[in-house]
Design a protein around this ligand. Structure first.
Ligand code: ATP
Ligand code: MG
Length: 572
C-alpha cells in the first residue's frame, strides 16, 4: 500500500482529503457533499466521532455541506430515544447539518419504485427459498454459490409477488426480493444479494405503513444518490460492498452518481467500540446506562467531563488511513489533559481527608486568601478561600515514617499549604487502633501567601480545605471498563470487564466554590486531576466524576513494562 494512503501528512491532509481536492480541481464534482449515516440502534461512540469529524470536517474545509442521515431501515432495533441522542451528540461535538436532516425512510417509496424497475428489467426476483437453504446456496469464499430455483421467475410473477409482499400477505421471512447478479462471483456480496425482507414491525417514522424493509446495501447508495452526495465515506469493512454499491448506481435511474471511499475505523485499546457490545453492557446492567461515564459513548464522555474539542483533537491526531490499527488510550487522555490544562479552573478538593489543627492559630479566627483560578490564564483571576485553625489535607500527603523520596508532610517536617502558610507537623494523633486521625501542627505567620521572608524552602505544597466551610461530596473515580487491551479476544467480552472500573469515595471535602460547578464542565482538583459535577449532583449532595488524572499513570505502567515513558504533570 502506498504511504500516501496510510498517513495524515504534515499539511493535515489525508488520502480522502487529497481525493476531494483533486475532484474539485479537475471539476469532476462542482462542490463536495458528504453525509454521516448512523443507524439509530444505539448511542454514538468515539468511533463514530471519527466519522463525524471526517464528514463534517471535509464539508467545512472545502466549502461544501454534510448531511445527517438516519439509516433507519431496520425497525426491529431502532428507537426514537436513539434518534434524539444522536442529534444531541452530533451537535455537542460541534457540528451542524442545518436543513439537511434526512432519513433513509424518507426514500422508502422511491426505493420501492426502483426495486420494481429492477424487476421489470429482469434484474431482481422474488425468492421463496427458506433462509437456511438460501445460506447453503450462497457458497463459500472458495466455492461458488448455486442459483435459486426461483431465479428465473418471469418478471410479471415477480412484480405480483413483490406487491403482495408489500401489501402484507406473507409472514416474516416467507420471501425476499433479490438482485439477479452472479451466484458464481468471487465477491460474495454480488451473489444475488437481498434487497427487501418482510418484517411486520412498526417503524419510528413510518409507523405500520410498511411491512417490507430495504437492506442496508440496497438503501445506502441510492440514498446517497438522492441527496447528491459526492463522496460517500465509510469504514473498510464496506470495501467489498463497493462493487454492489456501484452496480445499483449503474443499473438504476438515480439522479446523481456518488462514489464510495473506505477508511480504517477507529479502535482504541481497552475499549469496546461496537454498538452490539455497548447495548449488551446497558441491557445486562453492567453499566448504569448509555451515559455511564465509563462508556466510550459520546454521552458517557460528556458526563465524564471530556470537552468536545478534546475529542476533535484526538480524532484529528489519530489520522485517516487505509489500514486498521489500535490507538493508544493514553493518546486520548493526552488530548483531554492538554485542553483542560489550558481551560479548566483550579479548585481544591480533599478526597480522603485527614484533620490538621494549627495549634498556634487563634481559635475562632479565619482569614480570606486569594487563590489563583488558572495559572495558564491570568484573566481567570482569583477567588477567596478561607484559612482557619482546623483544616483537612489529603490522607496520603502524610506519612509517619516517610521513605526517602517522600517529600510531603511527616513529623517535624515543614510544608506549604497552597495559597496559605508554611506549617510544621508537631504530632500525629492516633486512635485506639493506631490509625492516624489528626495532625497537630504549627504555622509561621510570616509565610502568608506561601513564601518565607528568610528565603527558606519547603519541598512540597499541599492542597487543603477549611473544616468550617468545606462541603462534603461524593467523588466517583473511573478506571478502564475492560481489564485487557483487546477485550473479547479470547471469549466472552463480559468476562474481560474490570471489576474495579469504578470506585466511589464518600466523605470527600471540597472548597465552597465547587457548589456552583456546572454539570459536565471539568475543573482541576489541584494535584488530583480533572473532575466535573455529575447530573446526580444536588445542593447539599454534591457528586463529582473524575474525567482524567493529572499525570499519565498509564505511561508509567508501560514504562515499567519496557515501553516509552511519557510524563506530563508530576504530583510532588
Ligand atoms: P458499530 O460497529 O458500533 O455497530 P456501525 O458501523 O454499525 O457501528 P453505524 O450507525 O452504521 O454504526 O455507523 C455510522 C457511521 O459511523 C458509519 O459510516 C460507520 O462506518 C461509522 N463508524 C462506526 N464505527 C466507527 C469507528 N469505530 N471508526 C470510524 N467510523 C465508524
Ligand atoms: Mg453500520
Amino acid at each position: 500500500m502506498d504511504a500516501a494512503e496510510t498517513e495524515t501528512n504534515s499539511a493535515g491532509r489525508d488520502f480522502i482529503r487529497d481525493i476531494v481536492k483533486a475532484d474539485l480541481e479537475s471539476g469532476r464534482v462542482a462542490g463536495v457533499v458528504t453525509r454521516f449515516p448512523p443507524e439509530p440502534n444505539g448511542y454514538l461512540h468515539i468511533g463514530h466521532a471519527k466519522s463525524i469529524c471526517l464528514n463534517f470536517g471535509i464539508a467545512e474545509e472545502f466549502g461544501g455541506r454534510c448531511h445527517l442521515r438516519f439509516d433507519d431501515t431496520n425497525p426491529a432495533k431502532e428507537e426514537q430515544e436513539y434518534i434524539d441522542a444522536i442529534e444531541r451528540d452530533v451537535r455537542w461535538l460541534g457540528f451542524d447539518w442545518s436543513e439537511h436532516l434526512h432519513h433513509a425512510s424518507d426514500y422508502f417509496e422511491l426505493l420501492y419504485g426502483w426495486a420494481e424497475y429492477l424487476i421489470r428489467a429482469g434484474k431482481a426476483y422474488v425468492d421463496d427459498t427458506p433462509p437456511a437453504q438460501m445460506r447453503e446456496q450462497r457458497g463459500t469464499l472458495t466455492e461458488p454459490g448455486h442459483n435459486s430455483a426461483w431465479r428465473d421467475r418471469p418478471a410479471e410473477e415477480n412484480l405480483d409477488l413483490f406487491r403482495r409482499m408489500r401489501a402484507g400477505e406473507f409472514p416474516n421471512g416467507a420471501r425476499v426480493l433479490r438482485a439477479k447478479i452472479d451466484m458464481a462471483s468471487p465477491n460474495m456480496n454480488l451473489r444475488d444479494p437481498v434487497l427487501y425482507r418482510i418484517l411486520h414491525a412498526a417503524h419510528p417514522r413510518t409507523g405500520t405503513r410498511w411491512c417490507i424493509y430495504p437492506t442496508y446495501d440496497y438503501a445506502h447508495g441510492q440514498s446517497d444518490a438522492i441527496e447528491g452526495i459526492t463522496h460517500s465515506l465509510c469504514t473498510l469493512e464496506f470495501e467489498d460492498h463497493r462493487p454492489l454499491y456501484d452496480w445499483f448506481i449503474e443499473n438504476l435511474p438515480v439522479p446523481s452518481r456518488p462514489r464510495q471511499y473506505e477508511f480504517a475505523r477507529l479502535n482504541i485499546g481497552y475499549m469496546a467500540l461496537s454498538k452490539r457490545v455497548l447495548t449488551r453492557l446497558v441491557q445486562e446492567g453492567k453499566v448504569s446506562g448509555w451515559d455511564d461515564p465509563r462508556m466510550p459513548t459520546l454521552a458517557g464522555l460528556r458526563r465524564r467531563g471530556v470537552p468536545p474539542a478534546a475529542l476533535r483533537d484526538f480524532v484529528r491526531r489519530s489520522g485517516i488511513s487505509k489500514s486498521n490499527s489500535v490507538a493508544d488510550i493514553a493518546a486520548f487522555e493526552f488530548s483531554i489533559r492538554e485542553l483542560l490544562n489550558k481551560a479548566a479552573p483550579r479548585r481544591m478538593a480533599v478526597l480522603r481527608p485527614l484533620r490538621l489543627v494549627i495549634e498556634n492559630y487563634p481559635e475562632g479566627q479565619t482569614e480570606t486568601l486569594p487563590a489563583v483560578n488558572n495559572p495558564e490564564d491570568a484573566a481567570a483571576g482569583t477567588r477567596p478561600v478561607t484559612f482557619a485553625r482546623e483544616l483537612f489535607i489529603e490522607r496520603d500527603d502524610f506519612m509517619e515514617n516517610p521513605p526517602k523520596k517522600f517529600f510531603r508532610l511527616a513529623p517535624g517536617r515543614e510544608v506549604r499549604l497552597r495559597y496559605g502558610y508554611f506549617v510544621t507537623c508537631r504530632e500525629a494523633v492516633k486512635d485506639g487502633s493506631g490509625e492516624v486521625v489528626e495532625l497537630r501542627c504549627t504555622y509561621d505567620p510570616a509565610t502568608r501567601g506561601g513564601d518565607a521572608p528568610d528565603g527558606r524552602k519547603v519541598q512540597a505544597t499541599l492542597h487543603w480545605v477549611a473544616a468550617a466551610d468545606a462541603l462534603s461530596a461524593e467523588v466517583r473515580l473511573y478506571n478502564r471498563l475492560f481489564a485487557r487491551p483487546d477485550p473479547g479476544a479470547d471469549g466472552d467480552i463480559m468476562a474481560d470487564l474490570d471489576p474495579n472500573s469504578m470506585e466511589v469515595l464518600t466523605g470527600c471535602l471540597v472548597e465552597p466554590a465547587l457548589a456552583q460547578a456546572p454539570v459536565g464542565e471539568a475543573v482541576q482538583f489541584e494535584r488530583q486531576g480533572y473532575f466535573c459535577a455529575d447530573p446526580d449532583s444536588r445542593p447539599g449532595r454534591l457528586v463529582f466524576n473524575r474525567c482524567v488524572g493529572l499525570r499519565d499513570t498509564w505511561a508509567k505502567v508501560q514504562a515499567s513494562e519496557g515501553g516509552a515513558r511519557v510524563r506530563t504533570t508530576a504530583r510532588d
